[in-house]
Design a protein around this ligand. Structure first.
Ligand code: AMP
Ligand code: GLY
Length: 423
């Protein structure tokens, strides 16, 4: 089988490595992929948002199955366009990807179907939003409606901060049209859990839970990033919590999307907060998380391609989805300065024996040498019987990898370890 994977980060590398385990897979094309994937995939210089070119390439190469991993092409209708040419795909159509593409859509959906989430108000007029903030409780949360590279959320501790955030989104348009509508929502507290799930629009199968570490520095200090590391499973996500989420959130969401005429097929990511009043949805993503995928897929025992095809064909209920009873940790090695300014072009050395456990995100090949080419450069993963074992093993591998100006958080998994001990 010839496969195509749209996207070029660590998440896509993890997906490609897992897909390769299926002996029927003969070739995988990565569009655009990155230099670190060259051993597993054929790199094709077509950007993830170049939908017409993606379709043209897929038709020309007679692709048997395509996986669209990032949010942008999903929201732009890459799956619809590929399906029109008869190419089956993993991922939601645009009318379902809107669950991530518009915060207003997702908040209104949750309200209509009674799915627990933060209280909120929607504004299309900056003056109205500012007037509302005069009396709104703080801290408060300001969210741009559309996609904003994961930066469209501001936790405002004071009214002034909240007003500044609203003005920069609605008037200064720092996120372009994504900020022409904003959601102002209640500030919630509690541990966060990421639950990725497979769904064919009827059946939903949650994957092993995980915990992201979004801040750049140890002890959750510094700026928000795309994610500096992950562990799975998440110790806060107990069986009792899982049961409640299944009933109140996962099934209700899948049914709601179907009832709206927007059946969701692919990976639906539930970003949850376990508040004192129970689990609530912080966000939906219409795709695998990054770097959650880098800990979830190494724990998947069943064949990924078979499960993906089952989400497309509507046969997920009859398809086994099994995870190992083990723990995974992924430590992101980034370029010093990320998420601000950083230097690239540094030579990366990875010992051969641990290459299988390294997911490459921001790197390129130059005359056969792997060079850093982004903020988040590598995700270094380990799977062990215990969480402590996985954390230690991941950091041991990190210590054997080198590129100039590399930095990583030193405390990935520490909070999870402490939480596990409290139980
Ligand atoms: P999002 O981009 O929606 O995932 O939001 C980014 C981060 O902001 C989340 O991971 C949370 O840590 C935080 N956040 C979002 N919404 C809220 C909320 N209503 N209350 C508290 N924290 C929030
Ligand atoms: N790690 C968070 C995300 O993928 O959106």
């Amino acid at each position: 089988m010839k496969l195509l994977v749209v996207g070029g980060g660590g998440r896509e590398h993890a997906i490609i490595k897992k897909l390769k385990e299926n002996p029927n897979v003969t070739e995988i094309f990565a569009l655009p992929g990155n230099g670190g994937m060259a051993e597993e995939a054929t790199l094709v210089p077509i950007g993830a948002k170049e939908i017409e070119k993606i379709v043209e390439f897929a038709v020309k190469e007679k692709i048997d199955y395509a996986v669209v991993a990032p949010d942008d092409p999903l929201v732009l209708g890459a799956v619809d366009a590929l399906n029109e040419k008869g190419i089956p795909c993993f991922g939601p159509k645009a009318n379902a990807a809107i669950i991530e593409g518009s915060k207003v859509f997702s908040k209104d959906l949750m309200k209509k179907y009674g799915i627990p989430t933060a209280e909120y108000a929607v504004f299309t007029d900056c003056g109205d939003a500012l007037a509302y903030l005069e009396t709104a409780p703080v801290p408060t949360v300001i969210k741009a409606d559309g996609l904003a590279l994961g930066k469209g959320v501001v936790i405002a501790l004071t009214r002034d901060e909240a007003k500044n955030a609203v003005c920069s989104m609605m008037e200064d348009k720092v996120f372009g049209e994504s900020g022409s509508r904003v959601v102002i929502e209640e500030f919630l507290t509690g541990p966060e859990v990421s639950v990725l799930s497979f769904t064919d629009g009827e059946t939903v199968v949650p994957m092993v839970s995980s915990m992201d570490h979004k801040r750049a520095l140890d002890d959750d200090k510094g700026l928000n990033t795309g994610g500096m590391g992950t562990v799975a499973p998440n110790p806060y996500y107990t069986d009792a919590v899982a049961e409640r989420c299944m009933k109140e959130i996962f099934l209700t969401t899948i049914k709601a999307m179907k009832a709206e005429g927007r059946p969701f097929k692919g990976c639906l990511y539930f970003g949850l907060m376990l508040t004192p009043k129970g689990p609530k949805v912080i966000e939906y993503n219409c795709r695998f998380g990054d770097p959650e995928t880098q800990v979830v897929l190494p724990l998947l025992e069943s064949d990924l391609l078979t499960i993906m095809q089952a989400t497309t064909n509507g046969t997920l209920a009859e398809t086994p989805v099994k995870f190992k009873d083990a723990h995974a940790c992924c430590v992101v090695m980034a370029s010093e300065g990320y998420p601000g300014k950083y230097e690239t072009g540094k030579e990366i050395t990875i010992p051969n024996e641990i290459k299988g456990d390294v997911f490459v995100a921001g790197a390129k090949l130059s005359d056969g040498t792997l060079l850093s080419a982004g903020g988040r450069v590598l995700g270094v993963c380990a799977v062990e019987d215990s969480l402590k074992g996985a954390i230690d093993a991941a950091y041991e591998k990190v210590s054997r990898i080198h590129f100039d100006n590399a930095f990583c958080r030193k405390d990935i998994g520490r909070r999870a370890l402490a939480a596990g001990r409290e139980e």
